[in-house]
Ligand binder design. Sequence first.
Ligand code: PEP
Ligand code: MG
Length: 592
Amino acid sequence: MSFQVFGIAVSRGVAIGRAVLVASSRVDVAHYFVAPGEIQGEIGRLLRARDAVVHELQTLKDELPGDAPHELAALLDVHLMLLHDEALTGSASQWIVDRHYNAEWALSAQLEVLARQFDEMEDDYLRERKADLEQVVERVLRALAEEQGDTPTPVTPRDFGGEDPLLLVAADIAPADMIQFKRSVFRGFITDIGGKTSHTAIVARSMDIPAVVGTREASRLIMQDDWVIIDGDAGTVIVNPSPIVLEEYRFRQRQSELERARLGRLRHTPAVTLDGEHIELHANIEMPLDAEAAVESGATGVGLFRSEFLFMNREGELPSEEEQFAAYKAAVVAMKGMPVTIRTVDVGADKPLDRLTVNELRHEHVLNPAMGLRAIRWSLAEPSMFRQQLRAIYRASAFGKVRLLIPMVAHLGEVRQILETVKKVQQQLTDAGHAYTRVELGVMIEIPAAAVMLPLLLRHVDFVSIGTNDLIQYTLAIDRADEAVAHLYDPWHPAVLQLISQSIAQSRAAGKGVSVCGEMAGDPEFTDLLLAMGLRSFSMHPSQIPAVKQRVLRADTQRLAAALPRVLDSEDPQAAAGKELVVARGATAAVH
Ligand code: PEP
Ligand code: MG
């Protein structure tokens, strides 16, 4: 039966493929394909892990003391029975044969199928056995991880004669897990939870694959293997489409690929407006390897390196100074002399560190993570880690142009502490004989307080970068990751526009650099508006650069600036921009 699920469009384009349902708690399970010659070996790996768990549980049962509650023995019997049930390992083996899934993926795919069957059971007792099944699978997954034998070499679907594209469906995906999908087999994502600028959405966008979040119930309604169309522009998901609808979307998919190829040709065209203003189009990156995509897309620098992703999935061990230095240096070298803006860790809110690390640092009691020990607050609370990161960043400056960016600044006292720490770090590096060059210091404008007191902050820093994702969240008091208030997340809100516009004007008046690195910078809908406000430096995901550049090439900043007051004075700035800015652009657009 065909039906639609509606959500929030976060990453454009159309993806068509088969649904792979993954439980949120298991998105970190390895997902890769195995070659035909490795299938029997992979089934063997699965069965060995299963047998190891059977042995473990049987021993546990045999050694139960005589006075142990009999429920315990009964529970172990249930777990042993589940382990021997063909519906678990037998069907998981079938996933390996039919789909070439690795053992971990096959097992979690089968768990999803069975979990649904349990959910639908009338009998309470049987329905509750789902938790037992999950525990059993958890044990087998652990046994697979502990197995000493070789794991197969991942292959691509092309290596075994093609496979339908796969689209991931999950209730939620944490940004830390999402980052692991960067080079994965999935060609699109659908989640129940999340807002347009949640970090999960941001990472999906950086992967440049269609995604829809905040659907509330996709993971419940979509079945394993269903045919699914993700319309990443409209934010809709079409499940089991009719042949006519499928054909229509295949056509749109081809059109959008052609459009991308056309825009891609602008890669080497300098971003200069019709009235001769040079515009910097920088890239936002999460990992040093992303710098390659940045150069490829024609970025003239990195405007935001979200260094916190180096601190995730660490299981308690944070990256050392050497590891960080190597990562920053790699990005700096890849950018070949173009500036690289490295932001110090912005952990907290929807980017928590993993549990082990949090326990280690004793920051576990977080009442309201978005307003708690986040970003620079975390760094200042962990001074030795902060110094370590600063040393690594400064050392990378010996290999190119590095800029230092501090997230979530709200107090002058924080800026003073940062400046003092920088001085201390420079001295440490000099004493240790490490080379470094001048590094410009910038702060992010993400908290309304920082925007309101910007002239004071500007006395101490070289540049500012406006983080519109958080600036909108904190100005409008809505959680950017919460789909329940996603309709209130409004970049066009007059208060938001006033803060952005003032920040740009004040920075320029003070002769300091100003850029926008929030998602607004990469959305062509806002390019004219930001140019009208005087912005000359934008930072966005590499894949967004061509579309924004096209807007820049058609813009006349003087005409746009003249129309700006009418937009800012309007009670409906979005409608006013639609009228005023289009008119300002209209006369010149005809030239192209
Ligand atoms: C922002 O808040 O706009 C920003 C760029 O930072 P992040 O999205 O990583 O919070
Ligand atoms: Mg932010």
